[in-house]
Structure formats: C-alpha cells, structure tokens
Design a protein around this ligand. Structure first.
Ligand SMILES: C[S@@+](CC[C@H](N)C(=O)[O-])C[C@H]1O[C@@H](n2cnc3c(N)ncnc32)[C@H](O)[C@@H]1O
Length: 214
C-alpha cells in the first residue's frame, strides 16, 4: 500500500509534473518521461500495467515482490516495476529491444534481462527463481493465454498473474469480446481469475486480467 494513496502499491505515488496528479515511481529516467524530486512519471498510455493500476485492479505489485515480466521490450514498464519491486526478471526475445533493455538494467541492480522466448520457459527456468510473487505478461503475440499458462510454474501458490490481452494480436477480424472470452477460457486451465477490466481509455481493445494459480 502506498504511503500517500492506499489504493496504490507501496512505491507508487501520485505526483504533479505540471498537469495534475499522475502515477509515479522513484528511479532514473528511461524514456524521456517528466521527472521531479526523484520521481518519474508512469504514463498509463504507454504502459498496460500502469493502465491496469489506474483502473484500480490489485496487481500484487509491492515493495520487495519478486517479479517475472514477459515482453519487456525496451524497458518502459519493467523499469517502473523494478523501481518498486525486488528481483525482477525481464524476458524479451527481440534483440534490438533487448539492447535498450540492457541500458535500463545498468541503473537498476535488481533488474535481470533475459533474451529468451516466453513460449519456452524451460530455457530460463534455471535462472528465474521459483515461487515468485508476480508474473506480468505483455507479449502481445498470438496465444497470449497459453504463454501465461506455460509460465504459471514460476508463481507461488498465492502469486498473481497480471496479463494484458490484446485482441488484435489473436485475431484482427474477430470481435474483441469473443477473443477475450476465449483467452479467459484458456487461462482457467491453470488460473482462477480474480479481476478483469478493459483498458480503455488508455489502450483500445485490451483486457487486463489478474489471476492466481489454481
Ligand atoms: C507490447 S510490447 C511490450 C511493451 C512493454 N511491456 C512495455 O510496456 O514497456 C510486446 C513485446 O513482447 C515481445 N514479445 C513478443 N513475443 C514474445 C515472446 N514469445 N517472447 C519474448 N518476447 C516476446 C515483443 O518483441 C515486444 O517487445
């Protein structure tokens, strides 16, 4: 729980960077975001996890939480996660993005980059610790729920999956609601769904899901 807003995780606050209260974490600037007094703005328009927090879901993110983040890209969101949490493992399979991610890791000793395919968890199982508190998934690739199911093995029994399902990554022609229903059905193979919300107005045709292993 945040010191100044009980609805936010500890380490996440609302700060005014000139245009009203905005989500913020403490850490080195990464993507040219507004900063002040050691805080950096966490833009929910650029981060599905930031949008999930703005929409009021309990993500399980907390100070010292251990985290596996799938689809880290160049580190925009995972940098905020590492500002707040404990050991944070960041999986990304695109070499160009992973190069940028390495720069983000330079200023965060608790952030560990893994140039790996999230569909093959056996390739990083020897590096990532077991019984993690939080699994964040934002791979935006076909079979998003399947990737979450494959990676459930890393979570503690009371851990949290925070998944952003992008409808267009599954099927550009299908109605988003049909895609979300299918993803939720697939997820239930390994998880109990605790909460979900569309990510509008921050991200169109995305569903955020918080779940716990069954
Ligand atoms: C929507 S972007 C992630 C944005 C990032 N989570 C953020 O908020 O800063 C999706 C990322 O997932 C990566 N990705 C897609 N499929 C993947 C896979 N199977 N394994 C690892 N990374 C993958 C892509 O290369 C891309 O960088």
């Amino acid at each position: 729980m945040s010191d100044d807003d009980p609805d936010l995780p500890a380490g996440v606050a609302r700060r005014d960077f000139g245009d009203g209260p905005a989500l913020a974490t403490r850490g080195e600037s990464v993507y040219g975001e507004p900063t002040g007094d050691g805080w950096r703005r966490w833009d929910p328009h650029r981060s599905k996890l930031g949008a999930t927090i703005e929409k009021g879901l309990d993500t399980g993110l907390s100070a010292d939480a251990s985290v596996l983040y799938l689809g880290a890209a160049n580190g925009t969101t995972v940098s905020h996660v590492a500002d707040v949490a404990g050991p944070t493992y960041a999986v990304e399979f695109a070499p160009r993005s992973a190069r940028d991610l390495l720069g983000v890791c330079d200023t965060r000793s608790n952030l560990f980059p893994l140039l790996k395919d999230a569909r093959k968890p056996e390739t990083y199982a020897h590096v990532v610790e077991a019984d993690l508190d939080v699994l964040v998934q934002d791979v935006a690739t076909r079979g998003q729920a399947r990737v979450a199911v494959e990676n459930a093995r890393f979570l503690a029994d009371d851990g949290r999956l925070v998944l952003a399902v992008k409808a267009r990554s599954e099927d550009v022609t299908a109605a988003p609601e049909a895609v979300f229903d299918e993803a939720l059905a697939d997820l239930r193979e390994a998880y109990d769904v605790l909460a979900r919300t569309p990510l509008e107005p921050y991200h169109d045709d995305h569903l955020a899901v918080v779940a716990t292993p069954r």
